[in-house]
Design a protein around this ligand. Sequence first.
Ligand code: FMN
Length: 177
Amino acid sequence: MNAHTSVASPALAPELPDAALAFRAAMRKLAGAVSVLTVGVGDGRTGLTATSVTSLSVEPPTLLITINRSGSSIGPVLQERAFAINVLRPHHQAIADQFAGKGGLKGAERYQGGDWTRLETGAPVLADALAAFDCVLEDAIERHSHVIVIGRVVASRITESAQPLLYWAGGYRSLAD
Ligand SMILES: Cc1cc2nc3c(=O)[nH]c(=O)nc-3n(C[C@H](O)[C@H](O)[C@H](O)COP(=O)(O)O)c2cc1C
């Protein structure tokens, strides 16, 4: 071992095996863009904060997101068969916290303080998102603790000259940090 390597400390999560601790510690080094998935209508709306969003293909335009099977959003996504991915900007940190369930907010409560609109499917879209992708559900693949959700993008919008909210090493960041 040299100055550039270290092993995860089991003291952080003693219930996890060493391999899982090492994986978790290494994944903390992977910077991610912060998005919120939004689904549903009115009081039935819910959603989650996610860094697992990535592009799948351009032709056809598809993306994927991995969603924990034990969470409250996977059921509505499978039922509605439509959702939106909203890529956040630095001033959306409170929205990111709300959709991560901080403060115990659930369902439609997580939408407070945001400016919401719609594109094609009717899924809620954050009006000032850095980018927003309106999707219909193309496939859902259960694997381990998560479901790999594939969305066919039917509409998208962007905010020009804006910056992303990032998540790295357990905290929110922006490009200037
Ligand atoms: C920065 C960040 C990234 C996250 N990424 C994901 C993700 O990609 N997939 C996921 O299932 N949960 C992810 N989560 C956790 C969910 O946001 C969180 O478990 C969920 O909103 C809890 O809501 P629930 O208890 O109603 O299911 C992330 C949380 C944070 C703070």
